[in-house]
Ligand binder design. Sequence first.
Ligand code: SAM
Ligand code: DTB
Ligand code: SF4
Length: 327
Amino acid sequence: MNDLTQPVAAWSLAQVEALFALPFNDLMFQAQSVHRQHFDANAVQLSTLLSIKTGGCSEDCGYCSQSARHDTGLEREKLLDVAEVVATAKAAKEAGATRFCMGAAWRGPKDKDLGAVVDMVKEVKALGLETCVTLGMLKPGQAEQLKEAGLDYYNHNLDTASEFYGQVITTHTHADRLDTLAQVRDAGIHVCCGGIVGLGESRRVRAGLVLELANLNPQPESVPINMLVKVPGTPMAAEEDLDPLEFVRTIAVARITLPASHVRLSAGRRELGEAVQALCFLAGANSIFYGDKLLTTGNPDVEADEALFAKLGLKGEGVQGRRCAGH
Ligand code: SAM
Ligand code: DTB
Ligand code: SF4
């Protein structure tokens, strides 16, 4: 099995903290320079999300609307039919998405459920979309079944630095996350692994999260950075807002330390507004979730994103058919 904790570039916490502490303009300049060495500076990859199994999750993640342990008023649903998933994926493709991400509120998939997900992956892939799933922790053999179905990416976030993990989630451990990531990597599936900020963590914890992501070996192909969406009824609903400029810094430090990864501006985009999103793109974010909904919470609608892309001269990456505006 891969040892995912062996560093590639071997960043140290002191180095990552030093990046966070740079004057803002210096940090932006460094992030933008790194970005331009690896990517088209004006291209943004577009992923669309669908919750294929909503609510009733056994886990206690303090930020999550879908935990059965929090009273968020969310209605629990069964696993969607394959046909419904395929119809939504078709619409996402038409709107310009290149990757379709299917999320399930599970601790991990039961073998009988995995069969249905395998069918979804096959059919979505057949539409010519990249496929991604996020199903929680995997048992041995499950990653291989997903790979055989044609799965391109598995999303499994470290979420927060190991030292803070137990203050956010108690029903599984940071080490459990690394174990699933190793299984995904060993099966030959691309890794989508990021985190969430705004949980009341310190800058040191944010630096620790980025450090742990950067020192995964190999580095994740895709790195979603989520800003907490405060869901009423969750333990984190009353958390203080993270300064948006600190969020931009987190994106920039991720860009510098994960130079070849797609850094995705993920949950919380609607709350950030246009100007902060523009700073995030300047800081090296080059992927977004695209479509009116995330899993259970809102996202900017497609028209708003088209307008923003047009204003910033950004183009959706690898898009066929209807394109995101701006080109
Ligand atoms: N159950 C699976 C798991 O935990 O890996 C997959 C779904 S889970 C909703 C995927 C990710 O969404 C989490 O790891 C977290 O980073 C992010 N997330 C969940 N709720 C959020 C919220 N309220 N605000 C921001 N990000 C959130
Ligand atoms: C990720 O890092 N963010 C996405 C995706 N991976 C699955 C999920 C965001 C969820 C935001 C809260 C919600 O809509 O329930
Ligand atoms: Fe369940 Fe994932 Fe939400 Fe945690 S983040 S409660 S594992 S759906």
